[in-house]
Design a protein around this ligand. Sequence first.
Ligand code: ADP
Ligand SMILES: O=C(O)[C@@H](O)C(=O)COP(=O)(O)O
Length: 412
Amino acid sequence: MLGVIADDFTGASDIASFLVENGLRTVQMNGVPHSALEEEVDAIVISLKSRSNPVAEAIQQSLDALHWLQKNGATQFYFKYCSTFDSTEKGNIGPVTDALLEALGEDFTIITPALPVNGRTIFNGYLFVGQVLLNESGMQNHPITPMKDANLLRLMDCQAKGKTGLVPYAEVIKGAENVKQCFAQLKQQGYRYAVVDAVDNSQLDVLAQAVADMKLVTGGSGLAAYMAKHQAQGKTHQAFVPPKGKTVILSGSCSVMTNKQVADYQQKAATKWLDVEQALTRDDFVEELFSWVVKHLADQYAPLVYATVPPEQLKQIQQKFGAEIASQAIERTFAQLAGRLRDYGVTNFITAGGETSSIVVQQLGFKGFRIGKQIAPGVPWLATLDAPVYLALKSGNFGREAFFSQAQEMMQ
Ligand SMILES: Nc1ncnc2c1ncn2[C@@H]1O[C@H](COP(=O)(O)OP(=O)(O)O)[C@@H](O)[C@H]1O
Ligand SMILES: O=C(O)[C@@H](O)C(=O)COP(=O)(O)O
């Protein structure tokens, strides 16, 4: 059984959706569960909010997740992080990978954020988004993890204990046996991690075969899709769509794509900006947002509350209030608002942004999720295991311009 440790909630539903689409019976859990899993499944995904926590906390959460997965029957482990890496030279991917390797008694793994279906590819160890390098893609302006370097070897060398090598494209296309030999050579030369090039899905297919016996694999959801395909051997599962119900959209991502999605939705529905200053200074601000949402719940399209701003405005806000204070105030406001709306009877939540989605789901407190139909690659509908509540957790960069209306048009 495959045990996945995902460093945020959008990332968790992303990988879970690809596992299901490729035939594995999968559940997604909200944090490390307190009891054993009763269902019989092929894969378990644990959603953590560990991407930008202090490193010791991220390690502890990840090890707790590993131990729970081991107790619940997982035999191979996947550390899922963002396809845009979202981890600067001080980030958690290296230290968490080291801790997981150590706990499993292993000394080698791979680094593969590639997700070609969403334009994330790796060539000569550099991560591209579409046709540009990661650090030219808009990710250099990310509010929490500004990516100023696209070289995955350099990023890992700054973060992790060991040395990082490369399996270049020319070697990957020679096939799985050759890739395994490259791993063996790198290991012999004292490397602990291998960045593996992948410019399209066929390299991920090769790589999935090369890592079939690797105890710990790390990467984005692209490789996991092919690992699932090989494990499931042609099985398929029916994915659900959510029923129509009271719906709200909460957007806390400032990515290029989310900015476009908010602009698109402003032409279609009632939208309200979450002003950081008011979030910081007014005790009744959540109540005001709540009343505004309630007023629009019967509209044709659901109301959207958004903190999303373009890079220039983000810079000004961060200079005025401090980046951490601003982001915490926004996350707190979204979490409280989501809680109020759930108590009021809202059943369908669409959230944009990894940190934003994570805090909202943690606040709502459901045990876990079944995985439904994808709205866009990597963004499925989720049904909670505990109540008739449905969520779509959209990674900042995923989906097309009309994502928010498309998600609602799928409801039956
Ligand atoms: N207007 C804003 N000013 C300052 N910080 C913001 C603003 N809007 C969003 N943020 C913060 O930026 C972060 C975005 O991260 P996240 O939700 O993970 O989005 P993404 O998926 O694009 O990475 C959140 O912590 C959020 O609170
Ligand atoms: O791999 C991805 O790109 C996503 O699954 C992901 O990790 C989402 O993170 P955010 O962009 O912070 O939503």
